[in-house]
Design a protein around this ligand. Structure first.
Ligand SMILES: [Zn+2]
Length: 117
């Protein structure tokens, strides 16, 4: 899935950059991704967040993007709830539900092993 930044996050979220600077925001920009960040919860522990991208998909709501745990210089990073591994966004496929276009929760490797798709 091609991702169009910025993302609108579901809730105000703490992003910590590689220097340890924390920002509370509800928007993830290309600058944030290029700088790299980790998603933290209110207690400062690694966390995850979901939201929508800036594309006109889903009747202009944007494509649903889930389980974001951070970013490095190249990509958003998601955490697969099956293998628990943090992987680049491109390692997850896309799915169209009855309601919306969204990314896959499981990484492509886990989906291949579990469902043969
Ligand atoms: Zn996986």
């Amino acid at each position: 899935m091609h991702l169009q930044l910025p993302l609108r996050l579901d809730d105000p979220t703490i992003l910590q950059d590689p220097h340890g600077t924390r920002t509370t925001t509800q928007t993830v920009t290309a600058t944030d991704v290029a700088a790299g960040f980790q998603v933290l919860d209110a207690a400062g522990h690694p966390s995850r967040v979901s939201g929508y991208d800036a594309s006109p998909r889903n009747d202009h709501r944007g494509a649903r993007i889930t389980n974001i745990v951070g970013a490095d210089a190249n990509s958003l990073i998601k955490r697969c709830p099956h293998c628990k591994i943090r992987k680049p966004f491109a390692d997850f496929g896309e799915e169209r539900t009855t309601n919306e276009l969204r990314d896959q929760s499981y990484c492509t490797e886990c989906r291949t092993l579990a469902f043969g798709t």
